[in-house]
Design a protein around this ligand. Structure first.
Ligand code: CMP
Length: 140
């Protein structure tokens, strides 16, 4: 087990429903620390850049439109095996397939409006953290 950092985004469907605190409680109850956090509105161009890896997917346009449609909360979570642990806490991408007790199952509305994003590997976590935060903003 190693201490890792991972990037989390609380998505527009969750900020619109005032769920930031409820989502953060899930992270903290599971032992992850929120060591950086900011609320912002992504431009369409920023959303396109962040999700560039999905550019060829059928849902890319809709995803970028949605992610730039309202406020998001970008966060750095830290803890033992934070990347995998966060993915466990979030649950499957599609809320309909997520385990009961996960964030997406309990709060998700659809595969697009699925409350949270989390990095899928330590390597991508590093890249995604740098997309949103400078070193000065991450307080361990
Ligand atoms: P996220 O973890 O943010 O990574 C990419 C996002 O694309 C994913 O969560 C979903 O919200 C979204 N996504 C994945 N598959 C689909 C799909 N089939 N239709 C619409 N959105 C999708």
């Amino acid at each position: 087990m190693s201490v890792q950092k991972t990037l989390s985004i609380i998505k527009p469907d969750a900020t619109a429903r005032n769920l930031t605190g409820s989502v953060n409680a899930r992270f903290e109850q599971a032992g992850l620390r929120i060591i950086a956090q900011k609320r912002l509105c992504l431009t369409r161009a920023q959303a396109e850049k962040f999700y560039e890896v999905h550019r060829e997917k059928a849902f890319y346009d809709s995803l970028c439109e949605y992610m730039s449609s309202g406020p998001v909360v970008a966060q750095v979570l830290c803890g033992d095996d934070a990347v995998a642990k966060n993915r466990e806490i979030m649950g499957a991408t599609n809320p309909a397939n997520a385990e009961i007790g996960t964030i997406r199952r309990d709060f998700g509305q659809s595969i697009e409006h699925n409350v949270v994003h989390g990095s899928d590997s330590p390597e991508n976590a590093e890249i995604e953290i740098q997309f949103f935060f400078s070193q000065l903003e991450i307080i361990e």
